[in-house]
Design a binder for this molecule. Structure first.
Ligand SMILES: Nc1nc2c(ncn2[C@@H]2O[C@H](COP(=O)(O)OP(=O)(O)OP(=O)(O)O)[C@@H](O)[C@H]2O)c(=O)[nH]1
Length: 374
């Protein structure tokens, strides 16, 4: 049973989501029109005077609905700028409504509230230009319908009453045009706020994960990344290498050249190290002049070659300061991650290796002895 309903619904509305949205929106509008047709038949049934050919009017309305449904459901409307045909549907609905004004005889007053509902539909789907066009179009059609009714249909209504209808029509059209304008202003404002929010979130994300001076990821991000990489390494049994890097005698650079030059030196150092690691290795500023590198899928022997290249490149750095230039070296402590251990443990070993590198005279790499991690 459920499957049969599903099949019928797919047949009626389509299977793809955009098509289902279009067809269900159309069916909602179509149901509104059918209800209006029902009202006119009701008026004829209760004997409202002066009514025209309701059958012919209803036939044209229903034929129009069928044509719209076929155009949308067959996918033909996809060739148009607006596949939901909202603007054309509005024009058609207003034309039917204006014709109802003529057909409804003494009951012609019912058509104006219906027009308001039709216009409300347009407020959400049409552009401002289209809404203005619809308003002018409705004014012209209803004006023509009123003139025709006054001249050819005997309704016993005074011309003054028609004038009042016309004023009401003008008020309804002006109000919907104004409301559409406000609605579009509000939605533009909301879109702008949403974009600003997305930008602010991006900015917060950068602030929360990056070091402002060097642009490298910060300690918090690196710890997160390490935990992810540890899990991945355990799943794939691929080696993971951790290196702690510290610029030698950095205090002297600050003392001799000043903090600003020290900052510039940190930036150049970060860029040089980053450029000499592989793209999927991660370098973080751990704090001050201390950095941590995480080398994925790398064992000690390969890692040492790679870090030796980094050490040599750092020793080549020259940051110009006036006639002088800043030179620097780096000490590096390396350790492999041992499966199952806490990442903090591996970091402690890397730190101890770095301490050794400093103690042995700096500008060198020390790897934690195998015995300490086996
Ligand atoms: N310019 C600058 N200096 C910083 C920054 N962060 C830390 N420092 C400086 O880095 C220096 C670190 O000095 P120390 O910890 O004594 O180490 P070091 O002089 O590098 O000596 P070793 O590490 O033993 O080779 C201090 O003078 C800090 O002020 C920063 O963001 N910018």
């Amino acid at each position: 049973m459920g499957r049969r309903i599903q099949r019928a619904s797919n047949y009626l509305l389509g299977e793809q989501k955009p098509m289902r949205i279009r067809t269900s929106q159309f069916l909602l509008a179509a149901m509104l029109m059918l209800a209006c047709i029902g009202v006119l038949y009701f008026m004829r049934m209760v004997g409202i005077q002066g009514m025209g050919d309701v059958d012919a009017w209803a036939l044209v309305c229903i034929a129009g609905l069928v044509v719209f449904y076929v155009l949308i459901r067959s996918g033909f409307s996809l060739r148009m700028a607006d596949p939901s045909l909202a603007f054309l549907q509005m024009l058609f609905a207003i034309a039917c409504n204006a014709a109802a004004f003529i057909v409804a005889g003494h009951g012609l007053g019912v058509t104006l509230p219906i027009l308001s509902v039709v216009l409300m539909f347009g407020m959400f789907g049409l552009s401002m230009r289209q809404v203005v066009l619809v308003a002018v179009y409705a004014l012209v059609l209803f004006g023509a319908a009123a003139a025709y009714t006054l001249r050819y249909v005997s309704t016993d209504e005074s011309p003054e009453l028609f004038l009042a209808y016309f004023f009401i029509l003008f008020i309804v059209l002006s109000a919907t045009t104004f409301l559409t304008w406000r609605l579009q202003q509000m939605s533009a404002h909301m879109r702008k706020q949403k974009n600003q929010l997305v930008e602010a979130l991006d900015q917060i994300q950068i602030i929360a994960t990056r070091d402002e001076l060097t642009g490298l990821v910060n300690r918090r991000f690196m710890l997160e990344k390490m935990r992810e990489e540890v899990q991945r390494a355990q799943r794939s049994s691929s080696p993971l290498l951790l290196a702690m890097l510290d610029i030698d005698h950095f205090k002297r650079i600050n003392d001799k050249y000043g903090h600003q030059v020290g900052d510039r030196a940190l930036q150049v150092f970060s860029a040089v190290v980053q450029n000499n690691l592989r793209a999927n290795d991660t370098l973080a500023r751990w704090g001050g002049e201390e950095f941590v590198a995480l080398l994925t899928g790398t064992d000690v022997s390969v890692g040492q070659i790679c870090l030796e290249r980094v050490r040599a490149k750092v020793a080549d750095i020259e940051v110009p300061v006036g006639d002088d230039c800043v030179k620097m070296t780096v000490s590096i402590g390396v350790t492999p991650y041992r499966n199952g251990e806490a990442i903090e443990k591996a970091l402690q070993r890397a730190d101890a290796a770095l301490y050794d590198a400093k103690a042995r005279g700096r500008n060198q790499i020390v790897c934690t002895p195998a015995a300490e991690y086996l």
